[in-house]
Ligand binder design. Structure first.
Ligand SMILES: [Ca+2]
Length: 183
């Protein structure tokens, strides 16, 4: 699998391929038996995740958010905990930000956003070496939610900030996961 693309091989022969509508990287692949005599043994199944974006630099790192949805437990740390069932949810107002400290400088190659139903129509991604001076590395104006995979050009930074500037719904900004990739 690569992103949302799945290829299925049986004994080394490709027997199926498709693009999933789901965020596979954060979810699960289901396997079922088609009937009597077609038993599946899990020891016979291998799942290979293609591509170099394997280490999430944001995982478990400290985050700061401008708000948390009032009365909820949808704290910022939920966006970097690696748990696909937990999310950050902001207050119902523009703009809102989530900032992650990677702990050290990295040459960044990409950011992946997994939006909950309450996504951002417009947002920016900024990076910073010192947490003081920021550089805008990506601007989105027509976001459609779901999974956004954003390529970066190797800009060196320690801090990454996502700022939602226009909400797509009446709710806040809600992220299942914020992942950052680099060296
Ligand atoms: Ca989560």
């Amino acid at each position: 699998m690569r992103g949302q693309r799945i290829e299925v091989y049986l004994n080394g022969v490709r027997v199926n391929e498709y693009t999933s509508a789901r965020d596979i990287a954060l979810g699960h692949i289901g396997v079922q038996n088609d009937g009597e005599g077609l038993d599946i043994h899990y020891r016979d199944i291998r799942i290979r995740h293609e591509g170099a974006q394997s280490t999430d630099l944001a995982r478990g790192r400290p985050v700061e958010v401008t708000s948390v949805e009032p009365g909820s437990g949808h704290v910022g740390a939920n966006a970097v905990d690696g748990d696909p069932a937990t999310r950050w949810g902001s207050a119902y107002a523009d703009p809102q930000s989530i900032t992650v400290d990677l702990g050290a400088e990295h040459a960044l190659t990409g950011v992946r956003l997994a939006w909950e139903t309450a996504y951002a129509r417009a947002y920016t991604i900024e990076t910073s070496v010192d947490g003081v001076t920021w550089e805008t590395v990506h601007t989105a104006t027509a976001g459609d939610g779901g999974l956004d995979e954003i390529a970066l050009d190797g800009t060196v930074a320690r801090h990454v900030r996502l700022t939602g500037t226009e909400r797509a719904t009446q709710w806040g900004y809600s992220l299942w996961d914020l992942a950052v990739f680099g060296d």
